[in-house]
Ligand binder design. Structure first.
Ligand code: MCF
Ligand code: FE
Length: 404
């Protein structure tokens, strides 16, 4: 048993003072330090630095590790040129991205306090890294392919990757999961098979959806800038599905949809009604010219995620939260800060079905200790100061083990 003491605890009921946490691999007890010491006399007591806040470990629900080599290869600014550049540079970027590079990015995520992340994997290349990294990894095996001719082959390869991730479950913190790439790149038959598989094994399910105006135009009328893209690379001029058909394919299984920037009010209402959620990636949306997701109007749960280095400059969760504060400049800043921290802890854990993300008895003992540069003058502003003054956290625990 260990007891950790900090000036503030971030709990589902807000920030509380003069309370400590007793834990093994799970949280056992919460109470005043002196009481916990009396109750658990053999426990090792950890005193965090002055002005520290104990948070549950942060959760980055959507990242593409395999693009970690990208710095200047991919074109930012607009979706279609970005997509073209992915096709052009994908192989060299994957080739340049080795395990060492991906592990380094996992370490950087860890130092920013991320104790769980959702890894979208198109080839399964990052499985070894995700086994090695101390974080809990929801391993999203990605299904992609819009040509019915190759459907069986693609599905076979996908099933093998799912199985490989399932076999890691016992010896690591990997949780097997499924990602449908997007409506424009996945054939509806493949899509339905994958949704059924996720349902059968109750695996987390995610999909990129309505990220750009170009995607919307293509799905609505096989027109817009994606037309040239599909003609050039896939020799096709019509979409394989439409927005409604794609959305309805997920009706019976709650799914974590990335982006949804271009979804209409009606579509968002529909997603809400079916119990879905959104991964909001502020910097990725900005860098690919996709627009701003109006998070102030959302009635469904959402997480904040970095996406990959394919559409970002870092996987640091605090860089993302700061960007979210700037992007959503009309939302009152204190209220927004509180909402953002909830999005990367409690809400993200609920969305992915994980028993972490909250400082509460019986939750996994995943913690990130944030140390403020001075004693906070007002407790009402703790969320904002946390986001503005943090680049790296001072301590990290996963299932009770210290990693930073
Ligand atoms: O989320 C961003 C932007 N939207 C779509 N896909 C990706 C993103 N970052 C990486 N990708 C990957 C995706 O997983 O790009 C690949 C897929 O494997 C090719 S998209 C034709
Ligand atoms: Fe993505």
């Amino acid at each position: 048993m260990k007891i950790i003491n900090a000036d503030f605890l971030y709990t589902p009921h807000g920030y509380i003072q003069n309370q400590a946490v007793a834990f093994t691999e799970i949280i056992k007890d919460i109470g005043p330090l002196e009481e916990l010491i009396l109750r658990y006399p053999d426990a090792k007591v950890i005193h965090t630095k002055p002005n520290s806040i104990l948070y549950p470990g942060f959760i980055n629900t959507h990242v593409h590790l395999e693009f970690s080599a990208n710095k200047t290869s991919l074109v930012y600014g607009s979706f279609k040129p970005w997509l073209d550049s992915v096709i052009e540079h994908r192989e060299e970027l994957m080739g340049a991205c080795n395990n060492e590079m991906m592990l380094h990015e996992c370490q950087k995520m860890l130092r920013s306090g991320i104790t769980t992340f959702g890894a979208i994997s198109s080839f399964g290349n990052e499985l070894e890294v995700c086994e090695k990294t101390p974080q809990r990894v929801v391993f999203f095996n990605e299904l992609i392919g819009s040509n019915a001719m190759y459907a069986d082959m693609l599905y076979g390869d996908f099933q093998e990757r799912v199985r490989a991730s399932q076999s890691c479950e016992k010896r690591s913190r990997i949780i097997p999961a499924i990602a449908i790439h997007s409506p424009y790149s996945v054939h509806p038959i493949l899509l339905q098979k994958a949704v059924n598989l996720a349902k059968k094994h109750t695996m987390p399910l995610s999909a990129h959806f309505l990220e750009s105006q170009a995607e919307r135009e293509w799905l609505e009328s096989s027109s817009g800038t994606l037309k040239a893209f599909f003609l050039k690379y896939f020799n096709t001029s019509t979409t394989v599905t439409n927005i409604e058909e794609f959305m309805h394919a997920f009706d019976t299984y709650p799914t974590h949809f990335a982006h949804c920037v271009q979804a209409t009010e009606d579509e968002l209402d529909y997603l809400t009604k079916k119990g879905h959620s959104i991964a909001h990636c502020p910097r990725s949306n900005r860098y690919l010219g996709c627009g701003r997701l109006a998070i102030e109007d959302l009635s469904l749960p959402f997480s904040i995620a970095t996406d990959g280095l394919s559409s970002n400059d870092s996987l640091n969760i605090f860089d993302e939260l700061k960007a979210a504060i700037m992007l959503h400049n009309d939302i009152p800043i204190q209220e927004l800060s509180e909402k953002l921290l909830r999005a990367v802890t409690t809400d993200a854990a609920d969305i992915l079905g994980l028993n972490c993300g909250k400082i509460e008895v019986d939750k996994l003992a995943d913690f990130a200790v944030v140390t403020l540069p001075e004693a906070p003058k007002r407790t009402e502003e703790l969320a904002l100061w946390t986001i503005l003054h943090t680049k790296e956290v001072s301590e990290v625990y996963i299932e009770g083990e210290k990693y930073v």
